[in-house]
Design a protein around this ligand. Structure first.
Ligand SMILES: [Fe+2]
Length: 75
């Protein structure tokens, strides 16, 4: 991930959102590879990572919302 040099709190949170999304994409890729390799252990690990990243994404998303907003923040 590139350092954008933008350090406003909103910029930092939007960068974090992108980072969490990228991590989630890698976790889904790992899950596919694990399924293809027939490794239940690796599949379960990937699923745990997906759950963790989804929760991180939700937390960052909530921080990006205007107070009172209930809709998910979108870029
Ligand atoms: Fe994360």
């Amino acid at each position: 991930m590139l350092e954008t040099g933008q350090h406003d709190i909103g910029d930092i949170l939007r960068e974090s959102l992108e980072h969490e999304k990228a991590a989630l994409d890698y976790d889904y890729e790992l899950l596919k590879l694990a399924e293809g390799a027939g490794s239940v252990l690796l599949e379960e690990y990937a699923r745990e990572m997906i759950v963790a990243e989804e929760l991180h994404l939700d937390e960052v998303n909530k921080m990006l919302r205007t107070p009172g907003d209930v809709e998910a923040f979108t870029l």
